[in-house]
Design a protein around this ligand. Structure first.
Ligand code: CP
Ligand code: NVA
Length: 314
């Protein structure tokens, strides 16, 4: 039985729902304190891959909302190996109120959601990273005061982070340009989905090969690792393919004045991001990391809270 208030993809959310999550996150951040929205609620964090930000921010979020999180490491669950994904979903549903899952295959997080009777939240799969993208919108909103009409340039791999970000930008009305080397472009179906959403919001979605062209007039320059978790065997080949796709202060200076530099972290200094760029005055990467906490509180309340609202409507 699928539960609708989970979050597998940014495409699961309407623009109004995204707006509501952002508003909730702003309120939760402003009045950060011990709350009781999720008192008595427990989530399982089922992680097939390592994590710093996602694990810690979900654990702190549950604690500050009055609930509890149980972390299950890659070694413990053996998703689809020690036990089938559907049996894990059905068993966990008898113990906890929600499942936060970081998987290799996107199909695994979908399968969990299909068989769980509690909401499932995608904490990164090989296809999407929706919590990251929504936290990133929150950061852009805070720094620029608006989303609609801004231009976001993504330089690098057409990966999970890029895909969720593109879908989020399209829904929120930000123009999105991605520059990737041949063979590592954004997939056609995701581009199509984003263009459809952009048709409603008025945003433009563009894919190209030249980083310089993508960053022209950009308000945000964003990059992510060349080799994602699970692709380590390809890292040498990827290092060569992406050599001309490093974001450095030169590329950043070709963007619009005061453009933000963003990266989801972890960063590979000297690869996708030049040494020292994280400390550039235009870099907001640690604000970005912090905002994972606030947006995930909003996502958790929507999924598990009474009525799904962080605060009563004003
Ligand atoms: N950005 C992000 O998801 O970081 P972790 O892999 O450390 O959770
Ligand atoms: N694209 C990266 C993001 C890490 C947060 C990965 O999947 O490893």
């Amino acid at each position: 039985m699928a539960v609708s208030t989970g979050l597998l993809s940014v495409a699961d959310l309407t623009p109004a729902e995204i707006q509501h999550l952002l508003e909730s996150a702003v309120l939760l951040k402003r009045g950060r304190r011990q709350e009781s929205h999720l008192a008595g609620r427990t989530v399982a964090l089922v992680f097939e891959k390592p994590s710093l930000r996602t694990r810690v921010s979900f654990e702190v979020a549950m604690r500050e909302l009055g609930g509890h999180a149980i972390y299950l490491s890659p070694a413990e669950v053996g998703l689809g190996k020690r036990e089938s994904v559907s049996d894990v979903a059905r068993t966990l549903s008898r113990f906890v109120h929600g499942i936060v899952a970081r998987t290799f295959a996107h199909g695994s997080v979908e399968l969990l959601a299909q068989h769980a009777t509690v909401p499932v939240i995608n904490a990164l799969s090989d296809y999407e990273h929706p919590c990251q993208a929504l936290g990133d919108l929150l950061t852009i909103l805070e720094k620029k005061g608006r989303l609609k009409g801004l231009r976001l340039a993504y330089v690098g791999d057409g990966n999970n982070v890029a895909r969720s970000l593109m879908l989020a930008a399209a829904a929120a009305g930000l123009d999105f340009a991605i520059a990737s080397p041949p063979g590592y472009e954004m997939d056609g179906p995701a581009l199509e989905r984003a263009r459809k959403a952009a048709g409603q919001s008025g945003a433009a979605i563009a894919a190209m090969a030249e980083p310089h062209r993508a960053v022209e007039k950009a308000d945000v320059v964003y990059t992510d690792v060349w080799t994602s978790m699970g692709q380590e065997a390809e890292s040498e080949v990827r290092r060569r393919a992406f050599a001309a796709y490093q974001v450095d202060s030169g590329l950043l200076s070709r963007a619009g004045k005061g453009a933000l530099f963003m990266h989801p972290l972890p960063a590979h200094h000297g690869e996708e991001v030049a040494e020292g760029l994280l400390d550039h005055p235009q870099s907001v990467v640690f604000d970005q990391a912090e905002n994972r906490l606030h947006i995930q509180k909003a996502i958790l309340i929507r999924a598990l809270g009474p009525g799904g609202h962080a605060h009563p409507a004003p």
